[in-house]
Design a protein around this ligand. Structure first.
Ligand SMILES: [Mg+2]
Length: 409
């Protein structure tokens, strides 16, 4: 089963996606997601110029060998651009292998360990009434676990908070990547944030009771001691996790947080290698692995990370914002079903335009996602529809303190 053709498709049905489509000599196609939010064309060029010429004629069934060929063959290892490109190839080859077998991918990964993947949705509000409306709307849509992000008194815009209460309805309307000439500049004040957030969780717990799993994303903005303080302050509200408390590249920072709080910790959405986790896992500094298939070298590589995590009792909590394309989301759902140490899956529904380009078969019923039993990933790419939505440059925001200092966004 040789690879006959490889295409890179860039499309913007509301936001940019980069998709790799591999076709074999016998006409089986496979899809892989290579979307790197805000830096999409770097991966497109990496694939087109450096990877596609290596693939034509290769054995499509040799997935591990192809992974090693691209990883070791580049000499320059790791990095978000390289690993997103490898992820797309790897995912597309798994899609082909499963389609050729006539099975959903999760069967090739060992079969289902559960009936569906518990998903969490994104509730947010600029104030408590908006936040409560957003939580209620998510519960009505079937979510059984909720991420809570809130406006901060004194700050105009805050990460993760929808611009209007309409975001609490069918569609989460917070879209940080914006098609502006330069990145939008937001403002930040960690002390105001630390004063406010515990009171929000106190209010949410008294309104919605003790049972609902609640999550919160710190988005890399705290120092280790600030994060330790927040984790301690949130202990009475029994969070499912506190995510990205500190910048991800400093694994040792988690040691200090861990020494001070029993609030469960999740990190890893900006990681791209198993080597980013060695200290975190072997010292049991985290509880959930946040990596996505799309940004961590594909199904092959993320399965290894999750097996490594399982040794230490650490569970999965894969990144699932809308910049993970439906192809990347489907790949995540197959892994969610197949690994024993599944924890939870982030889920933000895509727009109608996106689902016009990517025809999905995964389902969301009673709070659980299922990838479907269609052969392969269960996603089809409509190339004609993709062509109707050309690429538009968009940037993630940057963040400044009141005195102008650039802070982590
Ligand atoms: Mg996050």
């Amino acid at each position: 089963m040789r690879i006959a053709a490889v295409e890179v498709v860039v499309t913007c049905p509301g936001r940019n996606f980069v998709t790799l489509r591999i076709t074999t000599e016998d006409g089986i196609t496979g899809l892989g997601d290579a979307t790197l939010n805000g830096r999409e064309l770097a991966v497109e060029a990496y694939l087109r110029e450096h990877v596609v010429p290596l693939l034509v004629g290769r054995d499509a069934s040799a997935i591990e060998d192809t992974w090693q060929y691209l990883y070791r063959g580049a000499y320059w290892r790791r990095g978000p651009v390289t690993m997103a490109a490898i992820a797309a190839v790897d995912t597309a080859l798994w899609d082909i292998k499963a389609r050729a077998a006539g099975m959903p991918l999760y069967q090739l990964l060992g079969g289902a360990c559960r009936v569906g993947a518990l998903a969490y949705g994104h509730a947010s509000g600029r104030d408590l009434p908006e936040l409560f409306d957003s939580i209620r709307a998510h519960l009505e849509r079937g979510f059984r676990a909720i991420r809570v992000q809130t406006g901060i008194p004194g700050l105009d815009t805050v990460y993760g908070v929808a611009a209007s209460a309409a975001g609490g309805g069918d569609r989460y309307d917070y879209e940080p990547a914006r098609p502006t000439a330069l990145p939008v500049e937001e403002s930040w004040d960690t002390r105001a944030y630390l004063r406010h957030v515990p009171s929000v969780f106190e209010a949410v717990r008294s309104e919605f009771g003790p049972a609902l799993p609640l999550l919160h994303d710190g988005h890399h903005r705290m120092t280790p001691i600030e994060a330790a303080r927040l984790g301690k302050a949130l202990e009475p509200y029994d969070l499912f996790w506190l995510e990205d408390a500190t910048p991800g590249e400093d694994q040792a920072a988690l040691r200090l947080i861990r020494q001070h709080t029993t609030t469960p910790l999740a990190i890893g959405e900006v990681f791209n290698s198993i080597h980013d986790y060695t200290t975190l896992l072997s010292e049991r500094l985290i509880d959930y692995v946040r990596s996505a298939v799309t940004h961590t070298g594909g199904v092959t590589a993320l399965k290894k990370v999750l097996d490594f995590a399982a040794v230490y009792g650490v569970k999965s909590g894969m990144h699932g914002p809308t910049d993970i394309s439906p192809v990347g989301m489907a790949a995540a759902l197959h892994l969610d079903l197949a690994v024993h140490n599944f924890g939870i899956q982030e889920y933000m529904p895509h727009t109608a335009e996106t689902l016009e380009v990517f025809r999905t078969s995964y389902t969301f019923v009673d709070g659980l996602l299922h990838p479907s039993d269609s052969p392969g990933l269960g996603v089809e790419l409509d190339v004609d529809a993709a062509g109707r939505f050309p690429y538009r440059a968009a940037y993630l925001p940057v963040n400044r303190l009141a005195d102008g200092t650039l802070h982590d966004w």
